[in-house]
Ligand binder design. Sequence first.
Ligand code: SAM
Length: 315
Amino acid sequence: MPLRESCESMKLRKNTTIYLVALLCLQIPWLKEAHSQLSGKPVFSKEISKQESIYQSRGDQVPAGYSTDRSLEDYTRGLSSDFDRTLAKLGPKDRWLDIGAGRGHAILDYYMLSYDLAHPEWREQRGSKAQTVAVSIEDRRASRWQQEASGVGANKIQYLFSRRLQEYSREELGQFQMITDVIGGFSYADNLSEFVEKTLSFLDLNGSFFTLLQDVHSEAGTNQPFYAGARFLTEIAKSDGTEMKVCAWLKSITCVEVTCEFTTSWKPPIEAYRVRKVCNNVTVPVLIPLNYEAGTPPERRFRFSEPSSTPSSSQ
Ligand SMILES: C[S@@+](CC[C@H](N)C(=O)[O-])C[C@H]1O[C@@H](n2cnc3c(N)ncnc32)[C@H](O)[C@@H]1O
C-alpha cells in the first residue's frame, strides 16, 4: 500500500473539513477530553479537537486519508534501508515498540512465516522473535488481531491504547532495542521535540528509532512541496526566519547518529530517518509549535529554539 496520506488529505481537505464540522456539531463528549500540550493555547485548541475527532472516527466516518492497516512490508518499503536488517537481528531478549500502530498489522506480520519467506536475506537470524509492543491513541484492532495475536502469545505481543506515547513513563513501557513510527506520533504530534525526547527515552543504548515524514523538504533540498502552491507538511524555521530541515534538526540532537534517506518512489515522496542512540546524555533541541492544522497527517510549523537558551534532556 503506498504511503499516500497527505496526497489524499490534500485532495480531500474540503470533504474532510465538511465531515469534521458535522462531527463537531454532534458535540461528542470525548472531544472535551481532547489532550494536547497546546490545548491551553486557544489558537490551536480547535485544530486539536478536529484532530481528536479523526483519531476517534469509526466506520464510514474515517477520513479516506487515515490509513491504519499498513503491513510490515509497507514499513520495510517506507522506512530506511537498514530497517529490515535491524528487524532480522532482533532476538528473543529484544523488544520492538511500534508507535502509532493503527490496527497493529505490522507487528502481527512480524510473527508470520510468510514475511520471513518473502525476505531471504538474514533468514537464519529471523527465526527467534523479539517481544513487540504497539501503542495507539485509539483502539483500531479488528478481527485479524483477535485471530492472530492469541496464537503469538500475550507475553510476546501487546497492544496499548487510550494514551499518547508521551503519557507513558519509562517504568510502564520499559526499554526497547528498536522503535518504529510510520505516520504515527512523529507525523501527528503537536509538540514534536517533546515527542522525540520521550521516544528516545524509551530507546536502549545502541537501539534505533526508525521513522519517516511525507512531503517534507529533504536534506539535499532538491524537492518542492508536492502540491503546487502548498507548503511542506512539517516545517521548521530558525529564529532569524531561515529554514531548518527536519533532518538537520534531528542531527542537532546530542548522543544520536542520524541518517536521512529521501525517496520519490512514494507519492508524495517521503524522507526516512534512522536515529541511533550512541550515548545516554540525549538532549533534544526544543521546537516551539507555531501552527497546527488538523489532517491526515496534520500540517505543522515550528520555530527552532537555540539549545543554549532552552536545554532539555531525556536522561
Ligand atoms: C494514520 S495511523 C498509522 C497506523 C499505522 N502505523 C499504519 O501505518 O497503518 C496513525 C496512528 O498513530 C497514532 N498516534 C498518533 N499520535 C500518537 C501519539 N502521540 N502516541 C501514540 N500514538 C499516536 C494514532 O492513534 C494511530 O494509531
